[in-house]
Ligand binder design. Sequence first.
Ligand SMILES: Cc1ncc(COP(=O)(O)O)c(C=O)c1O
Length: 384
Amino acid sequence: MSSRIPFNRPCLAGNEYQYIAEAIANGHASGDGPFTHRCSELLKQELVVPEVLLTPSCTDALEMAALLLNCGPDDEVIVPSFTFVSTANAFALRGARIVFADIRPDTLNLDETRLEALITRRTKAVVPVHYAGVSCAMDEILSMAKCHGVKVVEDNAHGLFSRFKGRYTGTFGCLATQSFHETKNFTCGEGGALIVNDPDLVERALIIRDKGTNRSRFYRGQVDKYTWVDLGSSYLLSDFLAAFLYAQLEAREQIQTKRLRVWNYYYGQLHDWAQSGEVKLPVVPADCEHSSHMFYLLMPSREDRDSLIAHLKENDILSVFHYVPLHLSDAGKTFMARQTDCHVAEGVSERLLRLPFYNDLTDSELSLVVDTVRRFSVRSECKN
Ligand SMILES: Cc1ncc(COP(=O)(O)O)c(C=O)c1O
């Protein structure tokens, strides 16, 4: 049964139907068509990066990254335990062993102070996730990775147009991945992108996304027929979806302004209530500009979190929890290189809930959510 205020709702930016009609008229329904190029060019120019390849999902972009880095059974890849399955699964698919890193209690991002202890001579890559579109501490992560010859792949699923020290997230690692899934700021239902920051990886990325063929070279007239040259898969986004996405990317300022309004409203209206109940609100360090991707509450205990979700549901408002720590999952235990201590991730996972968040949340919906949350009284003592 749908809620009066859902957790997420698809919102149109304006030109979606027109562009889909154009895409149909173009007669190019498969990948790598005119709208795919328009999205890629827009993102390349805005982010100032060598290549952006649209993919059917962020999961696919992560799988491309694992292929591009030749990850295999001799390698270890460090990922935060508090993340979506795909961040780890993409590398486990190539046979790499996963090393789970704990997160910081403030930003809920990979804890850079505990990273170096996880690096071994087998470490191939580290995958920082910019949780809720708040950047990880990229200076420390990049310098540690450089010092140990480890590649950095940013999982920027939440963070398109977030900044760290004025520079966009997704532009720091040799590779970065984006999601255009329905819950993200910019969406086409299901979609993603691989940002290729290392120019040496561009040519092979084009091969991997097109079933391991050199079809891009064929289109450029560099070979007279195309053939199978490497491993790859079908990582192209339909141009119909790219058309929808282009309408959203084109309206990026309008979308980000709307989302920042929602985020600021929640923060401003819940601040005193949170303090009095020892509830924590999102933390944004001074050198970060977040993407207004989500708004979460960190309750003092699991009981309070579950009761607040139930209280909101009774009032027809859908709030949701987030990741179950991967090091506790069956597959996490199977594919981990070794046990690691991720107690912060465990505590956060039990206590976090996300409030409804979409571009067109109205004033009355926002005030109803806030009033309903404020009527809830926290019962437990804070656990940290
Ligand atoms: C951090 C993170 N990485 C990757 C993904 C996977 O994204 P997609 O659904 O586009 O494959 C998600 C999904 O929300 C995510 O939260």
